[in-house]
Every structure is written in structure tokens, then in C-alpha cells.
Design a protein around this ligand. Structure first.
Ligand code: HEC
Length: 116
């Protein structure tokens, strides 16, 4: 039968379920998607996924370094510090505001083929 104590117990288990769902979902919400990072940091103003804008297409970058085991550190440094001469004379501006975690996410995404 439905009484106050049962209601209380039901409410408590609903709260427990809600807390569990949030605990599981939170880490997934924290890890930003690579394309969100690129949009948020204005990278997308100069780079397209599959077309060059001011800088090379991400997929062209992915292709260039696909078989280069040393690419990871080099790409991270280049994104952080900017520079020119790899793709042409136009310089890439340095990116001091990109967090280390976001930088690592972008480099991993590039080296995994820059899939949209
Ligand atoms: C103002 C335009 C501009 C912005 C904004 C910009 N880039 Fe670039 N990016 C360039 C240009 C130009 C190059 C080519 C530099 C060269 O030839 O060496 C480049 C090169 C690159 C490369 C290839 C580096 C290499 O060593 O081959 C990567 C990866 C890259 N950018 C990622 C990013 C990311 C990630 C962001 C945002 C955090 C970003 N870019 C923002 C213009 C830009």
C-alpha cells in the first residue's frame, strides 16, 4: 500500500538514480569535442576540415603527418607558438589561450585523420 514511508523511499531512490546518471554523464560533458574546440578558438576562421582557407585544411595536415611518429610534439608546438614556412609564407598566429587539454585533444584528432 502507498503510505508516507514508501513515498519517502521512492523519492530517495529516484534521487539516487539521478545522482548516478549525473556522475556518469559529467566526464563526457567535460571533454570538449575537437570541432567545438576549433570553433571556440577561431581556428575554423582560417582552417576548413577539407578545404584550405588562410591555412591548410585539417585533413591535409592529417595526411601530411599520418606516417610521422614525431608529429605529435611538433604539431602541438606549432599550434601553440604559430609560425610560417611549412605550408606557405602566411604565418599562423600563436595560440596562448588554448588550454593544454584542448591542444592535446586537437593534435590527437588531427593525427587520427581529422574526421568531421
Ligand atoms: C589567422 C589564421 C589562422 C588561425 C586563426 C589559425 N591558424 Fe593554423 N595555420 C594558419 C596558417 C597560415 C598555417 C600555415 C603555416 C605554415 O605554412 O607554416 C597554419 C598551420 C596550422 C597547422 C599545421 C602546422 C604544421 O606544422 O604543419 C595546424 C595543425 C594548425 N594550423 C592548427 C590550428 C589550430 C588548432 C588553430 C586554433 C587554435 C589555428 N590553427 C588557428 C593560419 C591560422
Amino acid at each position: 500500500m502507498n503510505n508516507a514511508r514508501e513515498d519517502g523511499r521512492l523519492r530517495a531512490s529516484l534521487w539516487t538514480a539521478l545522482v548516478l546518471v549525473l556522475a556518469i554523464a559529467a566526464p563526457a560533458l567535460q571533454a570538449a569535442a575537437p570541432t567545438d574546440i576549433l570553433n571556440k578558438n577561431a581556428c575554423s576562421a582560417c582552417h576548413g576540415i577539407d578545404k584550405a582557407i588562410v591555412g591548410p585544411a585539417y585533413q591535409a595536415v592529417a595526411e601530411k603527418y599520418a606516417r610521422d611518429p614525431k608529429a605529435k610534439g611538433g604539431l602541438a608546438k606549432r599550434i601553440r607558438e604559430g609560425g610560417s614556412g611549412t605550408w606557405g609564407p602566411v604565418p599562423m598566429p600563436p595560440q596562448p589561450n588554448l588550454s593544454d587539454a584542448d591542444l592535446a585533444t586537437v593534435v590527437d584528432w588531427l593525427l587520427a585523420g581529422a574526421k568531421p
